[in-house]
Design a protein around this ligand. Structure first.
Ligand code: T1G
Ligand code: NAD
Length: 695
């Protein structure tokens, strides 16, 4: 199939790209553009050119799949230069999302027309890249330096109305009038001829802008390479000519493209798109209609989940068996709405409309007609089984009964009903209305319909739904146990809480394990450990955490946990009392404390994750290693630019990871560090986890 075609109408050549799903600028498309613009340039019957795309969107960027290998000519900057050099006016006609290289192509055109619903952006920074086809030199010339910089550093698209205001586009038209409007516009520009952005000068700008921008984004872009490169490129546009600026841009673009960070972020991009491909669930699997959702338990999670459902358009019934709890939950939801209005995220009308779809009660009969029930009561199996027995009795046939349990056995909970095929785990992450991850836990009898409906629900809630199997802690929390275990051991062996947290924070984790424990509440983990009967018989296992909880130090919620939180602040301060407690515990356990280097802290905590991740793949609890990566980068603050724990292992090399884990086994014992068979097998074959996924 030709991916680029050309036809003529009224003396206008219409060059159409048709490369589903998003008209990415693959090598074939670049070649097709080169050929078509050559043809249009040399055809005397052609006075102007319109570039348009078939399908759901204008060009959504370079073909990211090509970035893992050497780029094959024609190179995009050359194709764009050819388009701009046209003596006949070229009009870009845009719909859907004109992104990255797609917007750069449009900036190579002389004029731009877009439909009202279009979005235009340079999201390369999200892939650890920068606009590498003259975008950093053209956009400042067209819309000004500051706006251009903001668009490139945020990676967020602007809508057509704002693009018109910026001068990024010349005309907006109705969604169904794009081609006609573009042809008419092209004809109207024949007399004017081309208007080349390269010939425009960069508007003056306050020289301090770049350093101020660096300061402003420092925290958010901590450890990332490409944001600084973007600033350097845009700064160069104010200092050197167009061609020299483009030359510099290309050099740093190629540097970013070959970086481990971009590789990690590109992996994350595709991994998040792969999660929706679930074995046994096809496009023909029935998705049930969901309009009314009941949320059971109005606590920390219940209130957040209810708010998320309300802001996604569902009718919500919040139920709790405790009036105070219910009132607290309803108040939390109202405050979340008011916070949204205060931040300008939602309108007062939306607040009223949203709260209008909320009902509350303590009576189970009031939720008999709910299409979906999401249970978020105490993390106690007996209580959850009792609740599901009640739900089974009152809820209509066909209702989906979901539990937000963080660790408990879905099959045991489903076993309390006569409809285990309608029971599923929907594991939200705190805060539920913010965290993008939704672990969808399939029980042994959960039906395909219920799984497919849960995936559709995740999309409506703007979550990334990852389907996983049923075991203790599913994927995320099961791996967290290994990560946390090593943290606990390191505390006893000589590392201070703040030292461990700093090492992992510097390595890229959003927060260290001890600060996370205090945030989530040390009592939550303690209660879970108390319920478990299969914990290792090792006196060191979560010893420090247990001692803190037994002293009432639950974390932020009690003003002290592993750290101190003065006057309700959320800033952790090391507490000498805790260090004394830890030193005494080491003494009682006969552990000789020693100096521990950051490298050992990182390797033990991260390789603990990788090792448990490999076991999860062996057990079939996750379908792909990339699913594990999506869970940890979206639910546990694992650095996205490292791609996730399994991708990180691939970048280190599984042979080296295996060797290190064997060393840990020999030093710390096989109970916790026996290398998984899968890891040994892949390492022996010189393969990695992405090969496992392909298999
Ligand atoms: N290259 C290759 N495949 C792509 C792609 C791309 N740029 N964009 C999307 N896909 C695939 C995706 O993997 C999925 O495949 C399918 O298309 C649908 O995507 C030189 C260096 C456009 C807003 O960063 O943000 O240009 O899973 O499920 O939710 O300066 O895709 O079906 O097999 O996401 O409707 C810059 C990336 C590239 C935009 C559509 N561009 N794409 O969202 O569908 S770098 C981007 C998106 C660049 C230049 C630089 C979104 C979307 P599959 P989807 P969607
Ligand atoms: P919470 O203690 O804040 O709230 C639980 C609520 O359930 C309380 O309001 C309580 O009154 C109510 N409740 C208890 N028994 C009930 C019953 N029989 N019928 C109706 N309501 C009842 O707890 P939480 O932190 O929101 O956790 C709820 C669930 O979500 C647990 O299973 C937990 O493991 C899970 N979870 C928690 C987090 C987290 O970070 N807190 C994250 C993910 C999942």
């Amino acid at each position: 199939m030709t991916q680029v075609s050309i036809e003529r109408r009224d003396g206008v050549a219409i060059v159409t790209i048709d490369n589903p799903p998003v008209n990415a600028l693959s090598q074939a498309v670049r070649e097709g553009l080169e050929r078509s613009f050559e043809e249009a340039a040399t055809d005397d019957t052609v006075n102007a050119i319109v570039l348009i795309c078939a399908g759901r969107t204008f060009i959504a960027g370079a073909d990211i799949r090509e970035f893992g290998r050497p780029i094959v000519p024609p190179h995009l900057p050359d194709v764009i230069a050819q388009i701009e050099a046209s003596e006949k006016p070229v009009v870009a006609a845009m719909h859907g999302t004109a992104l990255g290289g797609g917007l750069e192509v449009a900036l190579g055109c002389h004029y731009r027309v877009a439909v009202l619903s279009a979005a235009l952006g340079l999201p390369e920074v999200n892939l650890g890249l920068l606009p590498g086809a003259s975008g950093t030199q053209r956009l400042p010339r067209l819309i000004g330096v500051e706006r251009a910089l903001n668009m490139m550093l945020s990676g967020k698209p602007v809508n057509a109305a704002l693009a018109l205001e910026y001068g990024l586009i010349d005309k907006i038209c109705d969604d169904n009038k794009l081609l006609d409007t573009a042809i008419e516009f092209a004809v109207s520009k024949v007399a004017d001829g081309p208007r080349r952005i390269r010939d425009m000068s960069v508007p003056d700008v306050d020289g301090n802008l770049f350093d101020e921008t660096r300061k402003a984004i420092a925290r958010k872009t901590r450890g990332l390479i490409s944001p600084e490169k973007i600033i350097q490129c845009v700064e160069s546009s104010t200092q050197v000519g167009f061609d020299e600026g483009c030359k510099f841009e290309r050099e740093v673009f190629l540097e970013c493209k070959s970086s481990a960070q971009s590789d990690g972020l590109r992996h994350a991009f595709f991994a998040e798109r792969a999660v929706s491909k679930v074995p046994g669930i096809g496009k023909d699997t029935t998705v049930r209609d969901l309009s009314s959702i009941a949320v059971l338990g109005a606590g920390t999670m219940g209130a957040g989940i209810a708010y998320n459902c309300l802001t996604s358009g569902f009718n919500v019934h919040l139920l709790d068996n405790d009036d105070t709890g219910l009132e607290r939950g309803a108040t939390t939801i109202r405050k979340l709405f008011e916070g949204g209005v205060a931040r300008g995220k939602i309108s007062a009308e939306k607040l009223a409309e949203g709260l209008g779809r909320l009902n509350t009660s303590t009576n189970y009969d009031d939720i008999a007609d709910a299409d979906l029930v999401i249970e978020a009561v105490f993390e106690n199996l007996a209580i959850k089984k009792e609740v599901f027995e009640k739900l089974d009795a009152v809820c209509k046939d066909g209702a989906i009964l979901a539990t937000n349990t963080s660790t408990l056995d879905i099959d045991a909970i489903a076993g309390a009903t006569r409809r285990p095929h309608d029971v599923i785990g929907l594991h939200f992450f705190s805060p539920a209305h913010i965290m993008r991850l939704l672990e969808i836990v399939r029980g042994a009898e959960t039906s395909g319909e219920v799984i497919a409906t849960s995936l559709a629900l995740a999309k409506r809630l703007q979550k990334i739904g990852v389907v996983v199997g049923n075991c203790f802690g599913f994927v995320g929390n099961r791996m967290l146990y290994s990560y946390g275990r090593e943290n606990q051991f390191l505390l006893l062996e000589g590392a201070a809480p703040e030292q461990i947290d700093q090492a992992l924070y510097d390595w890229g984790m959003a927060m260290g394990p001890n600060a996370v424990g205090d945030l989530a509440g040390l009592d939550v983990g303690y209660k879970v450990r108390q319920e478990r009967t299969d914990l290792p018989d090792d006196p060191r296992f979560y010893r420090v955490a247990d001692l803190l909880v037994e002293q009432g130090r639950f974390g932020q919620k009690t003003g002290k946990g592993m750290y101190l939180y003065a006057d309700g602040s959320r800033n952790p301060t090391p507490d000498p009392e805790v260090q004394t407690l830890i030193n005494e515990a080491s003494g009682k356990l006969g552990i000789e404390r020693r100096e521990i280097e950051p490298r050992e802290i990182i390797e033990r905590c991260i390789y603990g994750l990788i090792s448990e991740g490999a076991r999860i793949l062996e057990d079939g609890i996750a379908a792909r290693s990339s699913d594990i990566d999506v869970i940890w980068t979206n639910g546990y603050g694992f650095p996205r630019h490292r791609g996730g724990p399994m991708h990180y292992a691939d970048t280190v090399g599984l042979a080296a990871v295996y060797e290190k884990i064997c060393e840990f086994r020999d030093r710390f014992g096989a109970e916790f560090w026996e290398p998984p068979e899968l890891l040994k097998d892949l390492a022996d074959k010189g393969q990695n986890f992405s090969d496992f996924d392909k298999g």
